[in-house]
Design a protein. Structure first.
Lengths: 297, 445
């Protein structure tokens, strides 16, 4: 099943979504204040946030004026264009050896996303090793081992409470020795306002930079699609610490549609790379801006 | 507990602008209402709830008496406070206890909300109240979830009942039979995270509920959840008729808007909040106190309760005596530093003081300094600790070397110690008034 279909199904499951509110907004007769107000409300209800919602609505107003658009139906396609423009990025293709590090706050689905990424690279015929650098949460490594087994991938782990940077060092060394294509690094969930934990994350990155200086090193933030405006703060602070390359949006199979990524895009210019749409191994798919907006509206 | 910190910053800002104006025009009040709306929306309060809230406040704030009043800002703060309390409910609601043991608490929620961690916290909390608690592992779906609960249980010294990955209904039933046989009076059932729209899995929860008739069904909600929080809470509530809500991860810089919306939408009270990664980081939720924190008015009651937990009665009496006799030493100070840590650190404490919320920023406070202070004191001889006056040049140098710090830092600590001693003596005399002297402490950390 394609991205769009999966998303659209998710939306259908719910009764009170942004899509329904937007539908209501666009059923207006003309583009009056009331229309723009209900449009803004729909965006707010979709976690797009005050700043981004206002900027989107302002741009729509301006273009409607400039291009003499009168009907809500035409305004709808302009809105889609605006949103797609906001969240579409050119992303550089991967080089190998490749290191992907997943960071994020607690409970967003980092470990699950690692398992799915491992599966994805295996399907592409790449060799993969996973570094179980979440040595904090109880049974995190065991959870990762189950995923590793499902994907047929080696998992490098230490005991609970071990130094995460040491786990990463071992995984990277092993990848170097065996010529492994992809190293996936799972990290412990951390709230972005905890200074020490952010330092630990920097240390992990330094280990990778030092041991595999020629590798293509991508650092992603895993974001729960139900997250609200706090997601913007998460992206900002993780970016400050480890200079993020993008976002993996998880749990997009609920009722929330991940509107916060529009806010993050508008405010921080971070692309979404992958979305998680279910609990099975192949339920992580590359992000497509057009499909995402189609499914949203 | 930076809970609501940024929301409270925003509110403070809005109100201080109003205060500077004296009499208010209708336009100014309307402007303030718009700003309150944005502040709440950015805190992820549900937009429908925001709409009603702002409408209710506006109606009262635009009344005749406020426009004519000489202290309109004060009155508006009061209106907002009253409406916030109305939104969240007023008093803390305790957990229900069954007439016939065991009392069963069933946890439920989305994936990643923090149910398993919360099970451990709740077990510890109840054990401290003298309950004999059994944890039941009924999350049979997430890989290693049962192991995780096992480890969590070990950390809080609580037995975990598990039967591997069989039907959760059966596990729950057997768990309760086991509790009855072995004299447990309280059972906490951990269930798998699930989407509220997953009908099959929601049905499973209904079956578990029917099988065990829990005293409480507690919905665990991540405080970082956005607008969807109310949909989730509403669906869980409609399916299971939950009895209460627990907010997790309130120690992030989340503005916790979900906490404001959920009660309003479901009518179910928030009973606890999780505020950190340690098992003891669980707080009973007091809506009235939370409202006053949001408005930057502090939360002295919670501060006092935390102090009571961190100090034993003897410790407190001992301290009082020492302060009276002016025999408070660095050894006592070390004990104090440990207690401050137990209470969640200086930053958390400061924020609960009236008028401090907007003024203390997380980055101003260096909690590491507490650790360094500890190390410095530990590098002193017992004689020096009891008699700090003898610590002169060469001793300072030795202490600095021994603790891996600098002489400046040792000096600073000694100065800090003196100030603390004076301040505590003042608190002894002046009660709450003396507490305000603590504002001077901000510069020290």
């Amino acid at each position: 099943m394609g991205f769009f279909k999966k998303l659209a199904e998710g939306i259908k499951k719910t009764k009170d979504t942004i899509a329904k509110k937007l539908f209501y907004a666009f059923s207006a007769r003309e583009l009056d204040d009331e229309f723009y107000e209900s449009l803004e409300e729909a965006l707010l209800a979709g976690d797009v946030g005050v700043t981004a919602s206002e900027s989107v609505v302002e741009e729509l107003k301006e273009r409607a004026f400039r291009e003499k658009i009168k009907s809500p139906e035409n305004a709808k396609s302009v809105l889609k264009e605006i949103l797609i423009e906001d969240i579409e990025y050119e992303v550089e293709e991967y080089d190998y050896p490749l290191v992907i590090l997943l960071s994020g706050v607690n409970g967003v689905g980092k470990t699950t996303a690692i398992g799915k990424l491992a599966h994805m690279f295996r399907e592409q015929g790449k060799s993969v090793v996973i570094a179980a650098a979440d040595t904090f949460r109880a049974a995190a490594s065991e959870q990762l081992e189950v995923w590793g087994e499902r994907a047929g991938v080696r998992v490098i782990r230490h005991n609970e409470g071990a130094d995460p940077a040491a786990v990463v060092y071992d995984a990277v060394s092993s990848a170097k020795a065996r010529g492994t294509d992809v190293v996936l690094v799972d990290t412990a969930g951390r709230l972005h306002n905890k200074k020490n934990l952010m330092e630990e994350l920097k240390k992990i990155c330094r280990v990778v930079d030092r041991e595999l200086p020629n590798a293509d090193f991508r650092k992603y933030l895993v974001l729960d699609a139900t997250t609200g405006q706090n997601g913007v703060a998460q992206a900002e602070i993780f970016s400050e610490a480890i200079d993020l390359d993008g976002i993996v949006l998880t749990k997009l199979d609920g009722t929330a549609k991940g509107g916060v990524v529009i806010a993050i895009s508008v405010e921080l210019e971070l692309p979404v790379l992958y979305v998680g749409v279910g609990e099975k191994l192949d339920d992580l798919i590359p992000f497509d801006a057009k499909d995402f907006v189609e499914a949203l509206i | 507990m930076s809970v609501f910190e940024s929301l409270s910053d925003r509110m403070n800002h809005i109100f201080s602008k109003l205060r500077n104006k004296g009499k208010l025009t209708e336009l100014e009040i309307k402007q303030a209402m718009r700003e309150i709306r944005v502040a709440l929306l950015e805190a992820d309060v549900n937009f429908g709830v925001v709409k009603d809230f702002v409408a209710a406040v506006s109606e009262k704030a635009l009344g005749e008496d406020i426009l004519k009043s000489l202290t309109p800002a004060q009155q508006i703060v009061k209106i907002v406070n009253d409406e916030l309390v109305a939104l969240m409910g007023s008093k803390h609601q305790k957990l229900a206890v069954s007439d016939r043991p065991p009392t069963v608490y069933m946890m439920c929620g989305l994936q990643g909300a923090g149910k398993t961690t919360m099970c451990g916290k709740l077990a510890l909390y109840l054990r401290k109240q003298g309950k004999k608690v059994l944890l039941v592992a009924a999350d049979v779906y997430r890989p290693a979830a049962i192991q995780q609960l096992g480890i969590v249980g070990k950390k809080v010294n609580t037995e975990v009942f598990e039967m591997g990955q069989i039907s959760p209904v059966k596990i729950a039933k057997e768990g309760i039979a086991y509790a009855l046989k072995n004299g447990f009076d309280t059972v906490i059932i951990d269930t798998a995270g699930r989407l509220h729209i997953d009908e099959a899995l929601m049905k499973e929860l209904v079956d578990v509920k029917a099988a065990v008739s829990p005293a409480e069904i507690l919905l665990v909600v991540d405080s970082m959840t956005g607008q969807d929080a109310v949909t989730v809470a509403d669906t869980f509530n409609k399916t299971l008729d939950v009895t209460g809500v627990i907010m997790t991860k309130l120690d992030g810089d989340t503005r916790g808007g979900a906490a404001l919306s959920i009660k309003a939408v479901t009518g179910k009270p928030i009973k606890f909040s999780g505020t950190g990664e340690k098992p003891e980081d669980l707080e009973p939720f007091h809506p009235d106190r939370m409202a006053s924190r949001i408005l930057g008015m502090g939360d002295v009651l919670t501060l006092i309760e935390k102090a009571e937990q961190a100090f034993s009665k003897e410790q407190a009496e001992n301290l009082q005596k020492k302060l009276k006799e002016r025999s408070f030493t660095l050894e006592d100070y070390l004990e104090q530093l440990d207690s401050v840590k137990k209470m969640g650190g200086i930053g958390d404490m400061m924020k609960m003081l009236p008028g401090m919320a907007g003024k203390v920023k997380a980055e101003d406070i260096d909690e590491d300094k507490l650790m360094r202070a500890k190390v410095i004191i530990q590098s002193m001889t017992p004689k020096e600790r009891r008699n700090p006056d003898i610590i002169k040049g060469s001793r300072r140098k030795r202490i600095a070397q021994g603790s891996g710090t600098s002489i400046q830092e040792v000096n600073q600590l000694l100065k800090q110690f003196e100030m603390t001693r004076d301040m505590m003596a003042r608190m002894q005399k002046g009660g709450m008034k003396g507490l305000r002297g603590m504002r001077g402490m901000k510069g020290l950390f």
